[in-house]
Design a protein around this ligand. Structure first.
Ligand code: AMP
Length: 415
């Protein structure tokens, strides 16, 4: 079933949203992107004459009630965004009466799902090495199923619109779908858009295809780097991983970030790129700093010859040109991970050069997908989020989808 084809009139819809929004120390939302992202789905259901039961996690309460992560803190913001009152169920697993009392057009927000360990379904307080672990896991899976059935019992139809958690097989993201037949479960609009964006990147690729992988480490990106190697024409590797490559090639990298156990892997990636005819673009020069702070002294130097006591913190001017050249002519672009410590204004030029080249390519007809927390923060910082084709809300979920893995949250609905 698709959300467009379903008439919610008189129906109760339980919607898994991602309201895991950042809060300041007073419990005020600092960025409401995720709430706004869910609005098209929620408004469609209300406009049809349905009622809404909203469920989400927030933070990592690890299966215990913790007021710091209470969704009660955001109830009024959700109400404001929806333009209607929102009721609150302080116990997500004890909301049958509140759900049953909902009239068309009414909204009920359930308390944080992760106050129950059943949401994530991991046994608590037992080590994986413990001989009793398997038993505990089995018992937890059984109570997870019951927890999911309880949530399902509140509603006639299930909608999953939480892309950020689609790579998790949790009670509310996947297990709950077993309680609904194919005509009564569907993806929300945000999920549909995310799936479409990944599809644009993976199938029917318009060439050249340039992927830009940055961030701090090779190790966390290796799965996607190897997977992209079979698809891209240009692969830019930047950010902290630059120095693992430089060291692997015999460079002196000073205090720069380096994964010493990944030097062989770096050489292997270079070999694979050569064999597969992929144009691998690595930094040649960098901005080196004498301390990890925005006010550090800096100098431009070769990534192969960074002085002792200095560390590479951003792409240098030659590198920025190389990156921009590999991006400007592209027709498909994927960007995940910054080219430097962009959080410090003085080390944001590399990431800015990438963002600006992506915008230029997009204006020339490229499809550009920016995803993963830090690159999204980058385009937001530069005010360019509206100038790329698509900004994904999913970090881990996006990378797993692009690696070609089936996301449990999507499989649970689409089969
Ligand atoms: P990741 O979580 O692996 O995507 O990495 C994102 C983080 O990498 C950001 O917080 C950046 O500040 C950081 N980063 C990027 N380039 C460097 C660098 N050259 N040295 C240290 N950290 C970096």
């Amino acid at each position: 079933m698709t959300i467009d084809n379903f008439n919610f009139a008189g129906k109760k819809a339980i919607v898994r949203v991602d309201f895991n929004v950042p809060l300041d120390e007073n419990g005020h939302i600092t960025d409401d992107t995720r709430i706004r992202g869910a609005l098209p789905t929620l408004k469609k259901i209300l406009a049809d004459g349905g009622s809404l039961i909203l469920m989400s996690h927030m933070g990592k309460p690890k299966g215990k009630v913790n007021p710091k992560f209470s969704l009660a803190q955001i109830k009024d913001d959700v109400a404001k965004a929806l333009g209607t009152d929102v009721k609150f169920a302080p116990d997500c697993a004890d909301a049958s009466e509140a759900a049953a009392a909902l009239k068309p057009g009414e909204v009920l927000l359930l308390e944080n799902l992760r106050f129950y360990p059943e949401e994530e379904g991991k046994p608590v307080g037992i080590d994986k090495a413990d001989p009793a672990y398997d038993e505990a896991k089995k018992a937890m899976k059984a109570s997870q199923k019951k927890f999911a059935e309880k949530l399902a019992s509140y509603a006639d139809v299930y909608v999953n619109d939480a892309f950020g958690t689609a790579h998790r097989k949790h009670a509310s993201t996947a297990v709950i779908a077993d309680s609904f037949d194919a005509d009564h479960k569907m993806l929300g609009y945000l999920m549909e858009k995310e799936v479409q964006a990944v599809d644009n990147i993976l199938s029917d690729i318009k060439r050249p295809f340039t992927a830009i992988m940055g961030g701090s480490k090779v190790s966390t990106k290796i799965g996607i780097i190897e997977n992209l190697m079979d698809k891209v024409d240009n692969l830019i590797l930047c950010g902290g991983m630059t120095y693992t490559f430089a060291k692997a090639m015999g460079g002196k990298i000073g205090l720069s970030l380096c994964e010493d156990d990944k030097l062989d892997l770096a050489l292997d990636i270079m070999k694979q790129a050569k064999e597969k005819g992929v144009n691998l673009v690595l930094g040649v020069d960098c901005i080196a700093a004498d301390s990890f702070s925005n006010d550090a002294n800096t100098q431009v130097c070769s990534v192969m010859d960074i002085p002792e006591g200095w560390e590479g913190v951003d792409a240098g001017p030659e590198t920025r040109k190389l990156f921009a050249n590999a991006i400007r002519g592209a027709k498909t672009i994927l960007w995940n991970g910054p080219a430097g410590v962009f959080e410090f204004d003085n080390f944001a030029a590399g990431s800015r050069a990438i963002a600006e080249a992506i915008v230029e390519a997009t204006n020339n007809g490229a499809f550009s997908l920016v995803g993963g927390g830090d690159s999204v923060a980058c385009v937001n910082k530069f005010g360019l989020a509206d100038s790329v084709s698509y900004v994904s809300t999913g970090g881990g979920a996006l990378l797993e989808a692009i690696e070609g893995k089936t996301l449990p949250g999507i499989a649970a609905i689409k089969g």
